[in-house]
Design a protein around this ligand. Structure first.
Ligand code: NAI
Ligand code: MG
Length: 498
């Protein structure tokens, strides 16, 4: 069947669900923000207090959906980082000696306070970063709480997690996090570090610092001893000061492969421990025997969730050739139903691109895809007049050599390729320097196991995608980084095991 015929058939089968075409419109459903109080300016959280930065410098953080300034946050300089590390070092003595059950109580308390303040945290996450409120509300914040709950339970069981290994904390951990899941990445970093008895200096991303600062308020409310967690906002330079500070025992970084390599070089020979969670370009592999409508949901979730700002996004779709036309027709229909726009609207599926710089990068790589000869398809949704937005996009006729098939775009752009045999699918999936995640869609359990064994990716989802759980270790191979976060494996990154 020709592609156009497949498209016609799918449309004829499903006209009643044509949302937003006048047949079935959504009324606006904006989340109220009037109860959210943001300060106009935030200091650094050091030694349990908000303090003025010695640097005297501040950065603006904007709402990417409106381009309006939300607040100013301090830009930590070298002396600020040094003060935070000193506070963390001073706190380490007593925090690391506290019985695990006592540490666990604090971590449980943090988890419960996140749940109590979930609504406000979700709204601020959406305003500061542009993600749809339904994702912040249903994914980011509940998972952040879950990470603290999970690790609270480990705090007094470390000796059982590593029998005969006498686990000891490392010391001061420098943690540098990105802007795609701001509070959730703070939770992934802080929860295991605290449960294991370490103290922390956390450096949030420059475009999304606000929920980390709200979390600092929560830590104070939880009466976490001063200095156990310090939050130093700023940009790359602030992060570099933290990496280079001699009293930091370990660096945990999530972000670009480029910066990850810089950090690894900077730490070479210093004896500091390092875990890196970097970029990805996951293959989402759909076999002819898969349940196609479910696969379509997984493909959409894989690439358009959080505007594609996801390190494990399923940004390369590999479809078995015999079903490619049918699957792509269903996919195109589904993509056209996605509601793009105001992230604070509860019906929005795809929100704002996180920053002007990221929008420029997405545009540039999309242009490059067209120039290199791939065929561009985009949803014809209407984009808001202000703010940073990009329509759900997918490319067909993609060659493996195209930049859009090799580079992390970190936006709502899918590269579609086909394969004929499982061997070819494995070959194409593994044919990159990245190895963070992958997806396999098939009706056959044996095929799932045969494929997952051969895919060089830290996480492989089968008949689902983008599923996260604190009990399940997450991390990469090759240029996607090393070290695991979550599960028992994740604890090892914060312990000395004799
Ligand atoms: P980035 O790697 O520069 O930013 C991540 C964090 O590292 C931020 O907190 C940043 O302030 C900090 N940082 C930057 N330079 C540093 C340095 N020299 N030393 C220490 N810390 C430093 O990522 P960016 O520029 O925001 O995004 C660029 C691309 O990176 C994206 O388009 C995407 O492809 C990828 N990326 C991947 C992420 C992931 O989750 N794996 C997250 C964010 C970006
Ligand atoms: Mg912002």
């Amino acid at each position: 069947m020709k592609f156009a015929e497949s498209v016609e058939r799918v449309r004829a089968e499903r006209p009643a669900l044509e949302f937003g075409t006048g047949v079935f419109d959504y009324a606006p459903a904006p989340e109220a923000t009037d109860h959210v109080r943001l300060a106009s300016r935030y200091g650094l959280f050091i030694g349990g207090e908000f303090v003025e930065p010695k640097s005297g410098r501040f950065l603006d953080t904007v709402n990417p959906a409106t381009e309006e300034k939300l607040a100013e946050v301090a830009e930590g300089g070298e002396a600020d980082v040094a003060a935070a590390v000193a506070a963390a070092r001073a706190a380490f003595r007593s925090w690391s000696r506290l019985p695990g059950a006592e540490r666990g109580k604090y971590v449980y308390r943090i988890a419960r306070l996140i749940q109590e303040k979930a609504r406000e945290l979700a709204i601020v996450e959406t305003m500061d970063g542009g993600k749809p409120i339904k994702e912040a509300r249903d994914v980011d914040i509940p998972l952040a709480a879950a990470h603290f709950f999970h690790h609270a339970g480990w705090a007094d069981k470390l000796a059982y997690a590593f029998p005969g290994r006498a686990p000891r904390p490392l010391g001061v951990c420098g943690q540098i996090i990105p802007w795609n899941f701001p509070l959730l990445m703070a939770a992934w970093k802080l929860a295991p570090a605290l449960a294991c008895g370490n103290t922390v200096v956390l450096k949030p991303a420059e475009t999304t610092p606000l929920t980390a600062l709200q979390l600092a308020g929560i830590l104070r409310e939880a009466e976490l001893p001063p200095g156990v967690v310090n939050v130093v906002t700023g940009a790359g330079e602030t992060g570099a000061h933290l990496v280079n500070h001699p009293d930091v025992a370990k660096i945990a970084f999530t972000g670009s492969t480029e910066v990850g390599k810089l950090i690894q070089r900077a730490l070479a020979g210093t004896g500091k421990r390092l875990t890196l969670e970097l970029g990805g370009k996951a293959a989402n592999i759909v076999f002819a025997d898969a349940a196609l409508d479910q696969a379509v949901e997984g493909i959409v979730n894989g690439i358009y969730f959080n505007q594609g700002h996801v390190c494990c996004a399923g940004s390369r779709l590999l479809v078995e050739e015999s079903i490619a036309e049918d699957l792509l027709a269903r996919l195109e229909w589904r993509i056209r139903q996605l509601r793009v726009g105001d992230p604070l609207d509860k019906n929005t599926d795809v929100g704002a691109i996180n920053s002007r710089a990221q929008l420029d990068k997405i545009r540039e790589l999309t242009r490059c895809g067209v120039e290199e000869g791939a065929e561009l398809h985009q949803s014809d949704c209407t984009l808001p007049a202000r703010g940073y937005f990009f329509p759900p996009t997918w490319f067909t006729n993609v060659a493996q050599s195209h930049r859009i098939a090799r580079e992390e775009i970190f936006g709502p752009v899918l590269a579609v390729m086909t394969f004929r045999t499982p061997d070819e699918a494995v070959e194409k999936a593994n044919n990159l320097a990245y190895g963070l995640s992958a997806g396999v869609w098939t009706d056959k359990g044996a095929k799932i196991f045969a494929m997952t064994r051969r895919l060089r990716a830290g996480v492989v989802w089968a008949n689902t995608f983008n599923k996260f759980d604190p009990t399940s270790p997450f991390g990469g191979y090759k240029e996607s980084g090393f070290g695991r976060e979550g599960g028992r494996h994740g604890l090892e990154a914060y312990l000395e095991l004799a």
